[in-house]
Design a protein around this ligand. Structure first.
Ligand SMILES: [Zn+2]
Length: 121
């Protein structure tokens, strides 16, 4: 059945496999650590207010402010689940590779089995 669409469930919602497949393949290349989410510093453009995560890059101090804790949430790279500084473990704790984030469900479902296999080799 070439037109049959494979779906998987994430946070109780059906997702088309083809939609998340690439993200999962990408994330399998990184090492992930469980971590409580906390705000990070961000660069805020004075004109328009665009916010980008500050990771030590150079910026134009005439146009951009470095604001402590201005990065207030991240999204799971696979299912776009929001992670922020809350007590609710589902939203407050995730897995990070030092740059991006994954929700616990995506990590457990898609990434953990692969990482465990890697450790055994
Ligand atoms: Zn997710």
């Amino acid at each position: 059945m070439p037109n049959e669409k494979k779906t998987i469930e994430i946070h109780g919602r059906p997702w088309e496999w083809s939609y998340v497949e690439e993200g999962i393949a990408d994330c399998k290349l990184s090492k992930w650590q469980e971590q409580k989410w906390s705000p990070r510093d961000a660069l805020v453009h004075r004109n328009g207010g665009r916010v980008s995560l500050y990771v030590g890059q150079k910026y134009d101090a005439d146009k951009i402010d470095l604001v402590e804790g201005a990065w207030t949430h991240d999204h799971c790279q696979i299912c776009w689940w929001a992670l922020s500084e809350v007590e609710d473990g589902e939203h407050g704790i995730g897995y990070t590779n030092g740059d991006g984030w994954l929700c616990t469900e995506c990590y457990t479902k898609f990434i953990a089995p692969v990482q465990e296999e890697g450790k055994r080799k």
